[in-house]
Design a protein around this ligand. Structure first.
Ligand code: FAD
Length: 576
């Protein structure tokens, strides 16, 4: 086990040394930690909240898509690629599909609390409103993260809670650790690592309470370290949110949205094959623009024979769920009409990775919601849009990255010597908001950023003119962030969250401006059609000389097995 050292007087902070550093202790981070530790390397997880309770999974329903050995991989990849509007990286999707079953089975073999059937085997759920061909497994509500924390600790993984990681440390173009601070006592933390795995989630812009731990600091730090980003324009997941309740409806409930004339909007816009939010929220926006709003969820219209399916058993009503919120408010959604509005989830997850979840920067891997879109796993589908993909990706990507990062430890050499001048500069930047006695408070900064990413006009129904306006305004906000003011370490964390959120907003708007077509969650009013001739391309972003450089790269669609209809040969069409 590596030794920690408290830095000598005059040096800038508490230094921790490890083989594999994992930033973020949500589901992908802890699984990667346990898996890496199995190879006997030293593993450290650094989490800004508390591992075991942090991340999205404790509040999540936990539907995890499963591929079984009986499922035909080619058939599944065909389905997956179509769901991602042909923008998926088929090399990655095949790699994920081949490891899918094994990754989830590994969790079950560890003894993770996955729901069992009467015979004691893993229960495979089917849901006709999601897509019935491929099953799901589910975690036992509330149990998985404490279980994983315990298993990680028992296997010798070191865990440091309450540390906000702000930037990655680089030397000669290689990531060699990270720097952050303790959000309780404000002490600086410097971590030297031979391999670093980012598991710090997407940027969800703190719009909804349930998604507020994800502000994109990991994505911002990867970008600042020179990592390439891909598919940022699809980091705009909107769902049909219930006004005033921070909640949304899935499954059977998503079939009962009505416009002001009483017409069923779900039937009009929901694709028949699988539940996806984007077509429905775009449809809702269209109805409202045509004067047919507001839209309501009206569960009183559920036929008597289906009513028992609407509310899950009480054992599955997890904290903050749709039902939990209404129970608390004393509202019965079965009899009360509830207004529905397009609600931003964000899910900006653009760090580009290969089939081992390596980023384009040596020494750095990215898993879970930080690279969900950037891996090309999802094509145009932001996490959460297709039920069960997000946790499945978190598990699979963690299982891909951990052995790769652990292997890299052996050839990474001794942990890098720290560049004291660079550390001093980082320390000054990190703590600058605490040195001010007035300025912009982080909650105001959040509000200014949310005012740009949330409105439908900028981020759901896009146009060149409005994207340029949004970019102009976000650059202005970024200017104001130089005066961020924190009264304590907790506010200091919020300052860094705000900085990351503004950078992530810029990424989304710049990429969206580049893509002059409509596809998946990216809808351009000025280019309303999908354009397979010109846009089977990935939009990429990279920091160059302090600026965000935007490019586009033709996908290797010719070598891929699954092509859009317009590109198929007569023989392929016949076979389809
Ligand atoms: C209410 C809800 C329901 C959901 N239901 C489902 C579902 O049924 N099926 C499904 O597939 N998906 C679902 N999801 C999505 C799924 O939970 C996420 O995709 C998944 O948790 C992502 O895992 P992760 O490890 O990448 O990120 P997270 O679980 O978000 O964990 C990231 C961790 O990194 C930490 N962190 C962030 N920044 C820093 C930093 N700078 N320094 C240190 N630590 C940091 C965070 O505190 C957090 O603990 C749901 C999400 C929510 C919120």
């Amino acid at each position: 086990m590596q030794k920690d050292s408290v830095a000598e007087h005059g040096s800038p902070g508490h230094i921790i040394t490890t083989d594999v550093l994992i930033i973020g202790g949500g589901i992908s981070g802890v699984i990667a930690a346990i898996r890496a530790r199995e190879t006997r390397v030293d593993v450290l997880v650094v989490e800004k909240a508390t591992v075991g309770w942090a991340g999205q999974v404790p509040a999540a329903g936990g539907w995890i898509r499963l591929l079984t050995p009986e499922d035909d991989i080619d058939e599944y990849v065909d389905f997956h690629v179509r769901m991602g509007d042909y923008l998926g990286d088929q090399d990655f999707i095949y790699a994920a599909a081949r490891r899918w079953y094994q990754s989830i089975k590994q969790l079950a073999d560890w003894g993770a609390p996955i729901m069992k059937n009467a015979a004691g085997g893993t229960e495979i759920f089917r849901n006709p409103y999601f897509d019935n061909r491929y099953g799901f497994v589910r975690f036992e509500p509330g149990k998985i993260m404490p279980y994983l924390r315990g298993r990680a600790r028992a296997s010798g993984v070191r865990i440091v809670d309450k540390v906000e990681v702000v930037e990655l440390l680089s030397q000669n173009g290689r990531v060699v650790g990270a720097v952050g601070f303790n959000i309780i006592d404000g002490s600086l933390k410097i971590i030297r690592a031979r391999a670093t795995i980012l598991a710090s989630s997407s940027c969800d812009f703190r719009v909804q309470r349930l998604f507020c731990s994800s502000c994109g600091e990991g994505i911002a730090s990867a970008y600042n370290a020179g990592a390439e980003l891909r598919n940022a324009e699809f980091g705009n997941s909107y769902g049909p949110g219930i006004k005033d309740y921070d909640s949304f409806s899935r499954g059977i409930r998503s079939m009962y949205y009505f416009n002001a004339l009483g017409e069923n909007v779900s039937e009009k816009y929901r694709p028949p094959e699988v539940e996806k939010f984007t077509p429905v929220v775009l449809g809702m926006a269209r109805e409202v623009a045509a004067g047919m709003g507001p839209i309501y969820l009206d569960l009183s219209k559920v036929p008597a024979n289906l009513r028992s399916q609407v509310r899950p058993p009480d054992t599955m009503v997890y904290p903050h769920s749709f039902w939990h919120m209404y129970d608390k408010a004393g509202v019965d959604p079965l009899t009360t009409k509830l207004e529905v509005v397009p609600t931003l989830f964000g899910k900006h997850s653009p760090i580009r990775v290969d089939v081992e979840c390596r980023t384009t920067v040596p020494g750095l891997w990215a898993v879970g919601d930080s690279s969900h879109l950037g891996s090309g796993f999802a094509g145009t589908v932001p996490g959460s849009d297709i039920p069960g993909w997000a946790i499945a990706y978190a598990v699979i990507s963690a299982m891909m990255a951990a052995p790769s990062a652990a292997r890299a430890v052996s050839y990474a050499g001794a942990p890098a010597e720290l560049d004291t001048a660079e550390l001093a500069r980082l320390k000054e930047t990190i703590f600058a908001p605490l040195q001010r006695s007035s300025g912009l408070v982080p909650d105001q900064a959040f509000w200014k950023i949310q005012e740009l990413v949330y409105p439908v006009k900028y981020n759901l129904v896009r146009s060149k003119e409005r994207l340029e306006e949004a970019l102009y305004r976000i650059e202005k906000v970024q200017g104001e962030l130089t005066s961020l003011w924190a009264k304590d370490s907790h506010e200091l964390m919020k300052c860094h969250e705000a900085r990351a959120m503004a950078l992530c907003a810029e990424m989304i708007f710049r990429a969206a401006l580049q893509r002059t077509e409509s596809r998946g969650s990216h809808f351009r009013e000025d280019y309303p059609a999908r354009d397979d001739v010109n846009w089977l391309r990935w939009v990429t972003l990279k920091k160059r000389e302090g600026k965000m450089e935007v490019s586009s790269e033709r996908m290797p669609i010719d070598k891929y097995k699954f092509k859009p209809e317009s590109m198929r040969t007569g023989e392929q069409r016949g076979a389809a």
